[in-house]
Design a protein around this ligand. Structure first.
Ligand code: HDD
Length: 713
């Protein structure tokens, strides 16, 4: 078992390590990269005041040349991302299953660096694209670095890494016109999906609200693949990793997402940064689903198939610890851009399974860092360095940043006393799990991977009615953006295999019929000589009526912490009602943001000045979780003069958010669509702040949704 460590010193190890590479601007004089003091960085060296610039100007050349090379290739997928530092702390000793120090030492705080991302869009694409979110965690453990490179959905689109380039080429902008950016709603993606039925499970998740999170802090994370845990007796158990957010799983609606992308393309990035700066540290529990080796074949699906989840109702998730993100990076490029995650980075006590998607990933990530970061020495970049020392005979290469001493760079040697010498397993060396293998070398897909409809159907059945409506809306939107009817028909036929009502709703929206005599789209993920019948997805099976854990309607609704409340006000607003509401919001960790007809400050009825957070022209309702209008005649008179305040109220109502008004504030509601819905359970006029709090904690009042289509915004 790993030795016990001190909690605080272990958490700060990576932070201290990074400090060696920090440098500050404060109290410094400008120099060149050679340390030469610079006295003019504004003018090039010329032959006379109005003459040509001289080639001799090394100051100009150094500055411009460095600038010319400032960019590196963006990630081929997951280019758009945001990251933070933090720690993982174990609460339950798991030494029965694994010898990994991170899962056996409850005294340890393991430093982590976590990067969240969208998949399809470029580096500058908007945050609220309908997309899977990457959830990559780098654990700097005492036994070396472990990367858990997951997503916010528990399954993946394809079963074999060999299909990854096809999947990504189909969803990326179409190659002739480089359109559309950060969007799956186009023909090539649906051409591929409809011909590759294994994609349907991840695809229906991507059509659900999971693909448009309210915040990166409010989404789950999953390791997806089945991995192995290995204990000190070298026994293996299968395991799946789950991250569960403390704030619950919450999303925005698609219409909001579209508007947020225009109002604040950095919505998620800003939200993560601001929460950490405000000391509201994002937090997740880590849960493990553990399956004994002996139970490997007890399921209706194959544990090695990454398009399948193990319902929590079949194998419970054991919470073993928590992760807290408590520090923003110092520099986006040095840390967030240059961090390199590799699923192949594991530590003793954790091992791979034969999932063919995982196996291919073990190659791809190292390979991609070579072109992205340009050198096999990418592990020397500060953010990528482990917190334990490295000793081996690998040498040289571009950007070698360390200076290995001595005469030898080979093993075995006697000239360096045989060092670095090999480590025994008893000294903590890694040793691959000795899985027994007796098989033919064969290029095929296991027939046990052929059920493609049962789990999408389980997912859809498990959703609340409002979630199901969002799924139907998403399919309709996405297919509505496709130009080719034969692709839409194939999709409708496939959706009908998942759920006939769902297919009918989508067909109605598209103005089409669900085809029943279509030539079945066969599973094309097979070789040219394989027998398609053996791989054809059969009709859906029902081995579990519903998995409540899959629905966001069963998430946490116990807190309004970090929620953003728009307070609409102008000079003369009532000091007393505002103070009571603000006190409640502050106590609960929510943020009151003052929105006024102008920037600067506003005065309350007691003549106190308050700083305005945003003038109405610079902000939009979709950036907030709820709305409050304090009492005050002159204040509300001023709000009524600008139609955008009424739009603000209408939109807040349309997207089913909580609204509160005191005294005169009711007049703004009465001037809006809300006037006929004052009895709505999440509209609070002259009620105690507690009532507003309860509605906000529900995230949305979905009961309202039957009327919201008619709200004119
Ligand atoms: Fe991948 C990046 C997650 C399958 C090839 N992937 C990347 C990132 C995440 C994932 C979160 C961004 C890491 C970061 O923030 O730097 N990828 C997944 C998950 C998968 C998956 C959860 C399936 C379960 N990926 C997958 C396959 C392949 C790749 C099958 C190739 C065969 N992924 C890559 C890559 C990337 C990458 C091209 C691009 C940038 C990078 O690696 O560092 O190698």
């Amino acid at each position: 078992m790993a030795k016990k460590t001190n909690k605080d010193s272990s958490e700060s190890k990576k932070i201290e390590d990074l400090k060696k590479d920090h440098w500050e601007m404060k109290d410094t004089t400008m120099t060149t990269n050679q340390g030469l003091k610079v006295n003019d960085t504004n003018n090039s060296l010329k032959s006379g005041e109005r003459g040509s610039t001289l080639l001799e100007d090394f100051l100009l050349r150094e500055k411009i040349s460095h600038f010319d090379h400032e960019r590196i290739p963006e990630r081929i997928v997951h280019a758009r991302g945001s990251a933070a530092h933090g720690y993982f702390e174990l609460s339950k000793d798991m030494s029965e299953f694994t010898k990994a120090g991170i899962f056996t030492d409850t005294n340890r705080r393991t430093p982590v660096f976590v990067r969240f991302s969208t998949v399809a869009g470029s580096k500058g694409s908007p945050d609220l694209a309908r997309d899977v979110r990457g959830f990559a965690v780098k654990f700097y453990t005492e036994e070396g670095t472990w990367d858990l490179v997951g997503n916010n959905m528990p399954i993946f689109f394809i079963q074999d890494a060999m299909k990854f380039p096809d999947l990504i080429h189909s969803v990326k902008p179409e190659p002739n016109k480089e359109i559309p950016q950060a969007a799956s709603a186009h023909d090539t993606f649906y051409d591929f999906v409809s011909l590759t039925t294994e994609t349907l499970h991840n695809h229906i998740w991507a059509m659900s609200d999971r693909a448009i999170p309210r915040s990166l802090r409010m989404m789950e994370g999953f390791g997806i693949h089945t991995f192995r845990l290995i204990n000190d007796k070298n026994e293996s158990h299968f395991v799946k990793f789950h991250w569960k957010p403390k704030l619950g799983v919450h999303s925005v609606t698609w219409e909001e997402a579209v508007k947020i992308n225009g109002a604040d393309a950095d919505f998620h990035r800003r939200d993560l940064w601001d929460a950490i700066e405000a000391g509201q540290f994002p937090e997740w529990e880590l849960g493990l689903q553990i399956v004994p080796e002996a139970d490997e074949h007890k399921f209706e699906f194959d544990l090695l198939d990454p398009t399948k989840l193990i319902p929590e109702e079949m194998v419970p998730v054991t919470i073993v610890g928590k992760m807290v993100l408590n520090r923003n990076p110092e520099n986006f490029f040095a840390e967030t851009e240059q961090v390199a995650f590799l699923p192949g980075h594991i530590v003793p006590g954790i091992d791979f399974s034969n999932d063919p998607l995982l196996q291919g990933r073990l190659f791809s990530y190292r390979d991609t860092q070579l072109s992205r970061l340009g050198t096999p020495n990418f592990h020397q970049i500060p953010i990528n360095q482990p917190i334990v020392p490295i000793h081996n005979n690998q040498r040289d290469g571009q950007m070698q940043a360390s200076i290995p001493k001595g005469q030898t760079a080979y093993f075995p040697n006697s000239l360096s006393g045989g060092c670095p010498h090999l480590a025994k397993m008893s000294e903590g060396a890694f040793h691959s799990y000795e899985e027994r293998i007796d098989a033919k070398k064969i290029r095929t897909r296991s027939e046990s991977f052929s059920d493609h409809f049962s789990q999408p159907a389980l997912f859809y059945r498990s959703l609340a009615p409002w979630e199901q409506e969002h799924v139907a809306g998403a399919y309709t939107f996405e297919l509505g953006k496709c130009m080719h009817d034969h692709i839409k028909e194939r999709m409708l036929w496939l959706i009908a295999q998942i759920d006939e009502d769902l297919a009918q709703k989508v067909a109605d929206g598209l103005g089409m019929k669900v085809p029943n005599n279509i030539q079945k789209p066969i599973n094309q993920a097979i070789g040219a000589d394989a027998d398609p019948k053996k791989h054809e997805p059969g009709p859906k099976k029902n081995y579990l009526d519903a998995s409540p854990a899959l629905s966001q309607s069963n998430t946490k609704f116990d807190s309004i912490a970090t929620r953003q409340v728009a307070v609409l006000l102008a000079d003369g607003f009532d000091a007393k009602s505002f103070k009571a509401m603000k006190a409640m919001l502050e106590k609960e960790g929510a943020m009151a943001k003052l929105i006024a007809p102008h920037g600067g400050t506003v005065k309350d009825s007691d003549k106190n000045e308050h700083k305005v957070d945003a003038a109405i022209m610079t902000t939009e309702s979709v950036l907030f979780d709820a709305l409050y209008i304090p009492d005050g005649k002159t204040s509300v008179d001023a709000l009524l003069k600008q139609a955008k305040f009424i739009k603000f109220v209408n939109e807040t109502f349309k997207y089913c958010k909580a609204i509160a008004a005191d005294g005169e504030g009711e007049r703004l509601l009465k001037a809006s669509f809300v006037k006929d819905h004052m009895k709505d359970k999440a509209v609070h006029v002259n009620e105690k702040p507690e009532a507003f709090k309860k509605s906000m904690a529900q995230h949305r009042n979905w009961d309202r949704r039957s009327i919201t289509d008619s709200v004119p915004v």
